[in-house]
Design a binder for this molecule. Sequence first.
Ligand code: T1G
Length: 700
Amino acid sequence: MSDVVSWAKEGEIGVITVNSPPVNALSAGVRQGIFDGTKALDADESVKAIVLICDGRTFIAGADITEFGKPPKGPGLRLVQETMEDASKPIVAAIHGTALGGGLETALACHYRVAIPSAKVGLPEVKLGLLPGAGGTQRLPRLIGPERALQVIIDGNPIPAPDAKDLDIIDAVVEGDLREGTIAFAQKLVDENAPLRKVSAIDVDASSLPENFFADFRKSIARKTRGFPAPEKIIQCIEAAVEKPFDEGMEIEGAGIAELMAGTESQALRYMFFSEREVAKIPDVPKDTPQREIKTAAVLGAGTMGGGITMNFANAGIPVTVVEMTQEALDRGLGIIEKNYRNTQAKGRLTAEDVDTRMGLITGSLSYDDIADADIVVEAIFENMAIKKEVFEKLDGIMKPGAILASNTSYLDLDEIAAVTNRPEDVIGLHFFSPANVMRLLEIVRGAKTSKEVLATCMSMAKTIGKIGVVAGVCHGFIGNRMLSRYSTEANKMLLEGAMPWQIDDVLYNFGMPMGPFAMGDLAGLDVGTRAREEFPDLFPIDPDFPVFADMLAKMGLHGQKTKAGYYKYGEDRSKSPNPDVEALIIAESEKRGIERREISDEEIIERCIYAAINEGARELEEGIALRPCDIDIIWINGYGFPSYRGGPMFYADLVGLDKVHAAVERYRQRYGDRNWKYSALLEKLAKAGKKFSDWQEFV
Ligand code: T1G
């Protein structure tokens, strides 16, 4: 026995119980306990069958990720599994919560598996840049066939117990008490003298495998898995399961996970896993900070952002009133919301009833009086300080005491907005990313006077509406957009110096960005940015030394995809090609300014775009705008599509080496001045000390 694993007998059924909060991960102690318990009960003649069950909220949720990269202790998981599979009596896994990764693999090493209806099982290792390394790639194909096994492992998503039963991953779904139900199932095996059924001994049924299955599968996932090495390794393991004996397949699986574990992609994804949880922790806001209930919501503005924000509340089952200035604008906004839902329904991801339910939660209004009792109001109107101040003064006089007053501003000074109200402690920024009903990121802007209660409430609400909330301090552009402006400025400057938009886009796409800044501009509409710069010059100050090519193109009627031409020309089939008019325009502008164009290397493009953002991120850390490097990384991965297999800009900088990053930043500051390369003492100190951003707190 140990403090995390115990065993006992109930009649002739032995029961091994794991109790290792929070998720019964397969730590060294848990592995040792299961190993010892299996040995002890297998040796006990009076025991005819064994149940493996867990206390707490879930069955084993996987290997203990915190042990990765550390010297292994205790019996390896494969040894534990072999001991279970080779036992002389049937072992039944009793599953509740989520049996994931090594947890499901341990259940697959049992002879039978039962689960309660609410349980889920899965092999999510691919999301950590890994593959199921404890026999999952060899046992699952034997249980459910190679095609279905490959899909389950490449998806990595949890499978509800009833579906897992249909897939033959589990043998029974038990209603009522799991322990009782599983003991009864085990007793029945004994009474019927059921066979042990070792999964590893089942032959893989490859008869249904279509010809060229693996080659076609590789093609089908190529784009989605760009840059990730784990999927290919997974496919190779499943091929081995089809073509080779179990032990040889296990060798290939073992070599595969060892290689992936050592790779930077998995380190980055594991870092991301913990970072997504870390950003929810605000150092000066304890977990037990009181929170306000958000039972009803209101949104000002039914435009692109307001409509998306409204959908977030309806999707979470929260009644929401959306307010517009005119009936026409309101009808248009509500119409777009319904159209979005109907499109999702058409793709089979929502039923007609779901759409009706969600639309039923949305109320349109032309009057602020209708939202006075809402628990939270999110303003999503013009990005104009004067207008926002006017609106917040109005809200201050109308909203009930205790209502949270939020602005979706993406740049403006939240403290200035809060100052026009009598309740600045109830004012907060909720910066959604467009499309607001899709993008997971929510920058939660903490004003100087925002109360801890309001902040804690909004962090919880973020999770409720399916967002990752990351706290940002008040500054121009908060965390993400402030860094993006550095990235975009360098890209534009390089056009004058010798690069072309398509070269820069290709380099950044191959780096892993979803698309380069110029293709992105064409997608968003070049006229949108131009209008913003014209309407809010203080928000988007233009560097007089460098032209904004987007504005020049916009004025020529080249707005991007919507006009079939921007930086690129677009064919009817959405294919794109470099726009020769743009090339001529750029070359002429260089000549006009007397700039001799030069060859710009791919490396310089990466350094000037990505390092400029990293340098700005370092400044945000030292200013306290960002709480931690991982907050910046989560923002860039979820808000701007920074490749997750690189861990985010700050994690990537640590991989490159801060000495190299700092040297490049210094080089560009010398060459271009510090307008876009402002000095970061933190970056310099870390670089000189041979440290990483993860060591940053010792240096501020
Ligand atoms: N190892 C260590 N800690 C873990 C953990 C794990 N596998 N899973 C969760 N935690 C911690 C988490 O950091 C948090 O800590 C707390 O538990 C609650 O988690 C050999 C190699 C199970 C669905 O990928 O998906 O097995 O912040 O906030 O929202 O082939 O945790 O409280 O200090 O997420 O209720 C495969 C990962 C591992 C599952 C629960 N398994 N976990 O979600 O709580 S690799 C996974 C999850 C592997 C084998 C391979 C979720 C959850 P703290 P939480 P939750």
